[in-house]
Design a protein around this ligand. Structure first.
Ligand SMILES: [Zn+2]
Ligand SMILES: [Zn+2]
Length: 128
């Protein structure tokens, strides 16, 4: 059996299995022809990139992002609802679920009148 060196992957394969590849414009080994070698290479490179990106602090960053998304969730959970015909919104306290009238322009009251939980900053002025 005659072996030939594939110029794409630098590995030798039986020469009678070489095929002309239209992208490489040359004879390539079966692995390169089917794209198997390419996929393997990509997977290896991806793994390398992940290893570089994953040094110490990776878990911390992950945790941070998780906390951030949780904070965002809480914010939307605070539930400001516009009171039609007024400049006020109805605010539902995240702590005790008490509902009260809130003035988003004067930012009053500053905390829940019932349990004194801070009112999250309202970013939804567009709905007024
Ligand atoms: Zn090859
Ligand atoms: Zn409350």
């Amino acid at each position: 059996m005659i072996k030939a060196l594939c110029k794409v992957c630098n590995q030798s394969s039986p020469s009678d299995q070489f095929k002309l590849h239209h992208t490489y414009r040359q004879m390539v080994c079966p692995g390169c022809f089917t794209g198997k070698n390419q996929k393997k290479k990509e997977a290896e490179e991806r793994k390398k990139v992940e290893e570089i990106r994953k040094p110490r602090g990776w878990d911390q960053e992950d945790e941070y992002l998780e906390r951030l998304s949780k904070m965002k969730q809480e914010e939307t959970k605070s539930q400001f609802t516009k009171i039609p015909g007024t400049d006020y919104v109805k605010c539902k306290c995240t702590g005790c679920k008490y509902e009260f009238k809130y003035d988003p322009f004067r930012k009053k009251p500053g905390s829940c009148p019932y349990c004194d939980t801070d009112i999250p900053r309202m970013r939804t002025f567009s709905m007024l």
